[in-house]
Design a binder for this molecule. Structure first.
Ligand code: SF4
Ligand code: SF4
Length: 223
């Protein structure tokens, strides 16, 4: 399990915030996009670095050291590719708590998305995710889903929907970056990114890019 950190991202979607990537062995085996539709594999310049991460990446301890150096209230997108620390089935509880502790101690505005709640250790992983989400306001773990348009509980949820879907009057909102080129994660909600907020509607993303057809087909089967 290795990591990388970019202090000023050039990703057009995130904007220039801090971005963390984790290696492919952290990806839950149940993620429906592992074999196609994953952003990390679709873009060659990301895939190249992601593939090299086992040799070139930071250890978890080195990642924590770098996070400790950041100014308070730094906006951080964890998991631009990759997922929470874990082996693809089970979250590494100790490492996740350490990550949360650093975010809390240094008052970082860090968020991520995970598919770990769908693995065979789903309930155990979900309990851990909820522990972190209830602990402080500094690290938010969104449940990454496909085709979900109603939330059964209090968990922060993001979902991917077919690219041509039109939703109205539901407790679900589109990622504002999809609606305006001027909005990025770095500027979303004036520096308090929606995905970092724990109490808010479901946020949906539209399937897009080169894998759109594959993603749409998968999601439409789920709806
Ligand atoms: S967990 Fe995320 S990064 Fe990993 S394969 Fe799935 S979508 Fe891609
Ligand atoms: S809702 Fe905001 S923080 Fe979330 S992905 Fe979209 S722009 Fe980024």
């Amino acid at each position: 399990m290795k990591f990388s950190i970019t202090l000023k991202s050039s990703n057009k979607k995130t904007g220039p915030c801090v971005v963390i990537r984790s290696s492919q062995d952290t990806c839950p085996i149940t993620c429906p996009f592992r074999d196609g539709g994953c952003y990390g594999r679709a873009l060659p310049y990301i895939k190249y670095r992601w593939d090299a991460m086992p040799d070139t990446g930071l250890t978890f301890g080195q990642l924590l050291d770098q996070l400790r150096e950041l100014p308070i209230e730094t906006i951080i997108r964890y998991g631009e590719v990759g997922d929470l620390p874990g082996d693809g089935r089970k979250i590494d509880a100790e490492k996740l708590r350490q990550l949360n502790q650093v975010a809390t101690d240094h008052r970082l505005a860090m968020w991520t998305y995970t598919h770990y709640h769908t693995t065979s250790y789903g309930s155990e992983n979900l309990a851990l995710i909820r522990e972190i989400n209830k602990d402080t306001n500094y690290f938010t773990i969104n449940l990454s889903t496909e085709g979900v348009i109603a939330s059964p509980g209090d968990d922060p949820i993001t979902t991917v929907l077919p690219s041509d879907i039109g939703l109205k009057d539901r407790d679900i909102i589109a990622c504002p970056a999809a609606l305006s080129d001027k909005i990025t994660c770095s500027t979303c909600r004036n520096g308090s990114p929606l995905c970092w907020r724990k109490k808010r509607p479901i946020i949906y993303f539209s399937a897009h890019g080169s894998q759109k057809r594959k993603v749409n087909t998968f999601i439409e089967g789920e709806l």
